[in-house]
Design a protein around this ligand. Sequence first.
Ligand code: GRF
Length: 219
Amino acid sequence: MATSLGLGVLVSGTGTNLQAIIDAIERGYLPARICVVISNRSDTYGIKRAKRCGLPTKVVLPTEFKSRAQFDNALLTLLTQHGVDLVVLAGFMRLLSKDFVHAFPDRILNVHPSLLPSFPGLGAQKQALESGVRISGATVHLIDEEMDHGPIVSQCAVPVYSDDDEDTLTRRILKQEHRIYPWCIKMFAEGRVQINNGQVVILNEPRVPDAVIQPSEYK
Ligand code: GRF
């Protein structure tokens, strides 16, 4: 019987975070296995990546269901059938119902391209640029019933430069998503995550030296 943490990865797009997770498992950094990769869109590059790696894949199209509840139920059935312990949203562009969230309590992770609670929702990078912040970043969190909300597992800050556009900022943030997402899943796989009063506690949390986060070179 498999004992490593079973992941169900939900994608809607290019799946670079999925790839980072696959790579982390392959190089022995992340003690987990991907049980199934599910997409709510046909023809996603994420599904192609999964197939290329020989992972089980499913496409579940919302248009084939009468209601959100039925669509979510179909997802839940697949995740359960495949023995999923932890649901990993990796660019999954769809809100999940209360019932779905309750079916995997504190077991659904999401990655978002901003330092939540700033800039939830679509276009997080555009929101950051328009607000004029000088620091943005990536957040991995457990989901609750609100959009882009729930206990934060980890965050990583990146600078925002005056000549950034959505594309440059997106790429800078995405690079960090690929670092912190596998790490967060590893914390779950190693049983090091506890939830206390709605907040995440990481057991034996590694420390970095106190640092001021600022653009690397002021001249
Ligand atoms: C990422 O920026 C993630 O934060 C957001 O959607 C994007 C997905 O990218 N939720 P990918 O499909 O993993 O390449």
